[in-house]
Design a protein around this ligand. Structure first.
Ligand code: 0PR
Length: 390
């Protein structure tokens, strides 16, 4: 650290200089991220209240009420305004919290040995983190031709050690939606906890439904769904960190809290992982949800889907590459039978394009910062690269 402090202006200049190395969403080159520039109102609100701490909510009762209102808004989006939950640091924490509750419910049922959780192979890495932290064993189930979990395999995988099933609504690699209705029936029949990871899809699918897309019911309309992850810091245009964990029933969480008796605001039982917790991003999420409303988000999602279709058509016209599957939401996977995907990725990176790379798929997430002209340019560059490396 400096012995003598540096004037503010100089520091801001230095920061500005150093951050020139960062890619920006505005450049349109970031095609593989699930995050984007937060909405203007989110940025404003976030800067206004940086000191709010929901680790000690008794001190910030107003902020706490706003968190509850935020959860209610997300709950009504997921068709259960009565659901209970918390704003967390993101999908990872939300999934870990859900897995912890499922494990504890399993324990309370007297299930012995290492608890088993049935997950699709498409599950996000946060489930590996949860398994490691919570001493769970993941039982991984393969996918059908449309990259959704194979229901018959899920049924076969259930044992007396199974404590939970996970379904994904908007997978990380391709945005596909598992048959949650069928998973719900299986969970009810076998008295198992069902968690839905809608970290990305939660802020997309409800609006696509409003636009008339026929998609599987993924939310609390299914009686067997116990909890849902939904992240406003992805398609919700909220600032990072703003994830959400919603539970069908408040009793699940009440039995699973850590009581902190000495807090300045009075005793509080922490239900989630982190302690000191930003209120500002939650206030900003609340403001963004209220400002955009259902209509605002529906418009944003409609626009992203139109650009997704533009990209889809463009890919179909380029030789030697193809769509991994027809996109159901604003995520597109590119694959190839005769070209090396890693080589395509390398060449794209030389031109500053930043996509997601999975085993044999390049992923594009058509976020609100991705515009028509970016996709046009991308398709041109991609076509040239495929010709060059043939
Ligand atoms: N569940 C699903 C289905 C996800 O796709 C993700 C994140 C998570 C949970 C975890 O969410 P957090 O990252 O908020 O904890 N998926 C993105 C991914 O792995 C995260 C991401 C975001 C990656 C922006 C890159 C990036 O630039 O692709």
């Amino acid at each position: 650290m400096e012995q003598t402090g540096i004037p503010q202006e100089k520091i801001l200049e230095e920061l500005n200089e150093k951050l020139k190395k960062d890619l920006t969403y505005e450049s349109g080159k970031i095609l593989g991220s699930m995050c984007t520039t937060p909405h203007e109102i989110a940025k404003k609100v976030m800067m206004m209240y940086p000191e709010k701490n929901l680790g000690d909510p008794g001190l910030f009762k107003g902020t706490q009420e706003i968190e509850i209102e935020t959860i209610k808004m997300l709950g009504s989006l997921l068709n259960n305004p009565k659901s209970w939950g918390y704003m967390v640091s993101g999908g990872t924490e939300a999934n870990i919290v859900a897995m912890r509750i499922a494990r504890n419910i399993g324990r309370a049922k007297g299930k012995g040995g290492t608890p088993q959780v049935i997950v699709p192979v498409s599950a996000h890495a946060s489930f590996d983190k949860a398994a490691d932290l919570l001493d769970l064993r993941l039982i991984r189930i393969g996918l059908d031709q449309e990259y959704r979990v194979k229901i018959s395999e899920v049924k076969k995988a259930i044992t007396e050690k199974t404590i939970a099933i996970v379904g994904i609504a908007g997978t990380t690699s391709l945005g596909t939606i598992d048959p949650i209705e069928e998973l719900s029936d299986i969970a009810l029949e076998n008295n198992l906890y069902l968690h839905v990871d809608a970290a990305f899809g939660g802020m997309v699918i409800p609006f696509l439904e409003r636009l008339g897309h026929k998609l599987p019911k993924f939310d609390f309309r299914n009686k067997g769904v116990n909890s849902i992850t939904i992240d406003p810091h992805k398609m919700g245009l909220a600032p990072i960190p703003a994830g959400g964990i919603l539970l069908k029933d408040r009793k699940y969480i009440l039995k699973n809290c850590f009581e902190i008796p000495y807090l300045a605001g009075g005793t509080y039982a922490h239900p989630i992982i982190i302690g000191t917790r930003p209120g500002a991003t939650i206030l900003a999420t609340w403001a963004t949800l209220k400002h955009l409303g259902i209509e605002g988000y529906t418009k944003i999602v409609k626009n992203c889907m139109e650009i997704t279709q533009q990209l889809e058509k463009g890919i179909e016209q380029i030789q030697n590459i193809e769509l991994a599957t027809k996109p159901v939401i604003n995520i597109v996977g590119i694959t190839s039978k005769n070209l090396d995907i890693c080589q395509i990725d390398e060449e794209l990176r030389k031109q500053n394009w930043a996509l997601g790379k999975f085993e044999n798929i390049l992923r594009i997430v058509v976020m609100p910062h991705v515009k028509k002209q970016h996709i046009q340019q991308f398709l041109k560059d991609l076509e040239q690269i495929t010709k060059k490396i043939q």
